[in-house]
Design a protein around this ligand. Structure first.
Ligand SMILES: [Zn+2]
Length: 271
């Protein structure tokens, strides 16, 4: 099987999610024979059905932080993946808040659903884990959930960076170096972010420093939709010289087309 990145949703704030102006089902990564669901927000199962994707084929769920549009559907997905426990399988990789809760949040994962999975892995910034062919590194996102993560996926033929929800920070930019493809959560246009999120200006700075072969912006807030993500992506591309697109529901990327040519580069990522 070839690899694919499939966008199930691009909603990036609570009003876009609430009105479903854009879907909020996160991203599906198919890496050769393995399927991962990344940041499954509300409506992920509907979107899986809409795009003819089989949730039973999912090996691992990944959730970067404890905000609803990133992890709301983890229990529903665990239930569907495992036929409600008849076929105990799969891995959940999530940040500490999702699994353990904190003063503001109960754990998102219920005890019942935890027991349906083969494994639950809590990742903290700087840690890594291997799932089948893929090595996953937890990155230093900086967001209102203090345990928020980004992820970097070292796949056999390409490297994918995902910022998660974050403001600009140097450490994260450092960790994203070497990404062939970079997915950025950019809820705000221009320089309009006033909180711990990216806007077009800070996303441009990251892309200019990481220089991936392809940058994809997603996770749009209301202001971003008004400004038009296509226009913002064009602006980033003009400023950085990096091919940049804005995600939409059902967008499919073939990541291997953007892989670095040198096999040495790939090997060095693994050791
Ligand atoms: Zn968030």
């Amino acid at each position: 099987m070839t690899s694919q990145i499939i966008f199930l949703g691009t909603a990036g704030d609570s009003s876009v999610t609430a009105k479903q102006l854009r879907g909020s089902g996160g991203i599906v990564l198919q890496i050769e024979d393995f399927q991962f669901n990344l940041d499954p927000g509300p409506g992920t199962l509907n979107k899986m059905k809409e795009f003819s994707l089989n949730i039973r084929a999912t090996t691992a769920l990944l959730a970067s932080h404890a905000h609803l549009n990133h992890c709301n559907d983890i229990n529903a997905l665990v239930d569907a993946m495992t036929l409600s426990g008849l076929d105990k399988k799969g891995v959940l990789i999530a940040n500490k808040t999702i699994i353990e809760g904190n003063e503001n949040y109960n754990p998102y994962l219920t005890k019942y659903h935890k027991n349906l999975l083969e494994k639950v892995i809590t990742l903290e910034k700087g840690q890594k884990v291997g799932i089948e062919l893929v090595e996953i590194h937890a990155l230093s996102a900086e967001h209102t959930d203090p345990n928020s993560l980004g992820f970097k996926f070292y796949c056999p033929r390409f490297t994918l960076g995902y910022t998660g929800d974050t403001k600009y920070n140097k450490q994260l930019v450092e960790e994203l170096q070497g990404s062939d493809i970079l997915i950025l959560n950019v809820p705000y246009p221009g320089n309009k972010s006033e909180n711990l999120n990216l806007d077009t200006e800070s996303a441009t700075k990251i892309i200019a420093k990481v220089k991936p072969r392809l940058a994809i912006i997603t996770h749009f807030g209301l202001e971003m939709l008004k400004a038009d993500p296509i226009v913002e992506a064009r602006e980033i591309q003009r400023a950085t010289g990096v091919q940049t697109i804005s995600a939409k529901e059902g967008l499919i990327i073939s990541p291997e087309a953007y892989a670095a040519k040198s096999p040495q580069h790939r090997l060095s990522n693994f050791y």
